[in-house]
Design a protein around this ligand. Structure first.
Ligand code: NAD
Length: 366
């Protein structure tokens, strides 16, 4: 596995050419901008504090015409209608047009809501992603899924709007608080566990290095995540097949998050528990060897990620979430299960069988 950051082309089925520069490059992103095009930066108070909105830092956007900045607060509650509307109204009031570019600077929350604003504004303008959290670098800023939550319904409103350009500056990301860092590792572990056994083994061996943010290990991890995400999104533009594998652990993860009103666990932490439950359920359904399920739990635990149900979230509530998932059809539930490490599959499973498998898995975690 290479240990230097490099550019990774990220394709989507729409043929949109996206280039992810996972380099600590001092060069800012340079999406070719039409001279005079409007530019809106959407950021949050933490990520926004890192840049000066000036020609020197954003030289590549120096030819932009009207520029504005929307600064959100932090947390999942900013990924909602209110803030989507705020961004769109700011763009309209500033007189931006169809050539406007939305530039997201922040983590997955900012990226998702800014991306949806870009998708909606004048029926779609370009979005550029500058992820500043590890989670956003390894996952959310690529692939084009954008959206907002509505009440307890996580990501219920959204679409697929791939970025025109993405650049992660790892120097900034390395300054993340420890818990946020670990939450990002959960999405990297999800990609490895679901898609690539070799990468999974590499991650298990280098768990200590990525946890302590050793630069060569981080470079390899982020690059490999981008390559795998590119591979999947190129196969499946609209989440009709291969892309569903990226949802490993997410149905349960979302239920944990909303069960705690998005207040106690971070998204990546909830996904970690979701992966554990799906690994155990996969074993009970006869798909995944017990040793592989146990290895996945050990790896997540070694990254100091949650592998047990939190207090206050009861199993019945999570079972309801599994039954009510928007991807279900009739008496079947659609879930992403594991057939082996690095080999996941999206399946429709009879609801009763799934609840049985899953109920046993939950029972062992409480
Ligand atoms: N669109 C997708 O494909 C996709 C995939 C996975 C997750 N997501 C979404 O991503 C969101 C979670 O993203 P997240 O974990 O990045 O959370 P986040 O955007 O809330 O960021 C986490 C925290 O880190 C702060 N922060 C950002 N950059 C920082 C930096 N460099 N240094 C210090 N602090 C910094 C933020 O202000 C925030 O407080 C969830 O809403 C989830 O649903 C989307």
């Amino acid at each position: 596995m290479m240990n230097a950051m490099r550019a990774v082309p990220v394709r989507s089925g729409r043929g949109t050419a996206v280039v992810a520069y996972h380099a600590g490059s001092s060069q800012p992103a340079c999406l070719p901008l039409r001279p005079g095009a409007g530019l809106v930066m959407v950021t949050d108070i933490n990520a926004g504090a890192m840049v000066t909105w000036g020609r020197r830092r954003y030289g590549a956007y120096g030819m932009a015409g009207r520029r504005l900045r929307v600064v959100l607060g932090t947390g999942e509650s900013y990924k909602g209608f209110l803030y989507l509307r705020l961004i769109l109204r700011a763009m309209l009031r500033a007189g931006l047009g169809r050539d406007a570019v939305v530039l997201s600077l922040g983590g997955g929350v900012v990226g998702d809501v800014a991306g949806l604003a870009a998708a909606c504004f004048m029926r779609g303008v370009s979005i550029v992603q500058h992820p500043t959290t590890l989670l956003a670098c390894v996952d959310s800023s690529m692939g084009g899924k954008v959206g907002i939550n509505t009440g307890a319904f996580k990501n219920a409103v959204g679409c697929i709007h791939p970025p025109r350009y993405m650049e992660a500056q790892m120097g900034r990301v390395a300054a993340l608080p420890l818990r946020q860092w670990r939450a990002g590792l959960a999405e990297a572990a999800k990609i490895a566990a679901g898609l690539d056994r070799d990468f999974y083994c590499w991650l298990a061996i280098h768990a200590h290095d990525v946890a302590r943010r050793a630069a060569p290990a981080i470079a390899s991890m982020v690059t490999r995540c981008a390559e795998l995400k590119s591979y999947v999104t190129a196969l499946d533009d609209v989440e009709a097949g291969a892309r569903a594998c990226l949802n490993l652990g997410h149905t349960i993860g979302h239920a944990v998050e909303s069960g705690m009103s998005y207040m106690h666990w971070l998204h990546g932490e909830a996904v970690s528990l979701g992966i554990v439950l799906m690994a155990k359920a996969s074993h009970r359904l006869g798909l995944l060897p017990r040793a592989d399920a146990a290895q996945i739990v050990r790896m997540l635990a070694s990254l100091r990620l949650p592998v047990r149900l939190p207090l206050g979230v009861d199993a019945a509530r999570l079972a309801d979430a599994l039954s009510a998932d928007k991807k279900n059809r009739g008496e079947s539930v659609c879930v992403v299960l594991l057939r082996g490490i690095g080999d996941c599959v999206a399946l429709e499973v009879p609801r009763d069988a799934m609840l049985w498998a899953w109920g046993g898995a939950v029972h062992r975690l409480t």
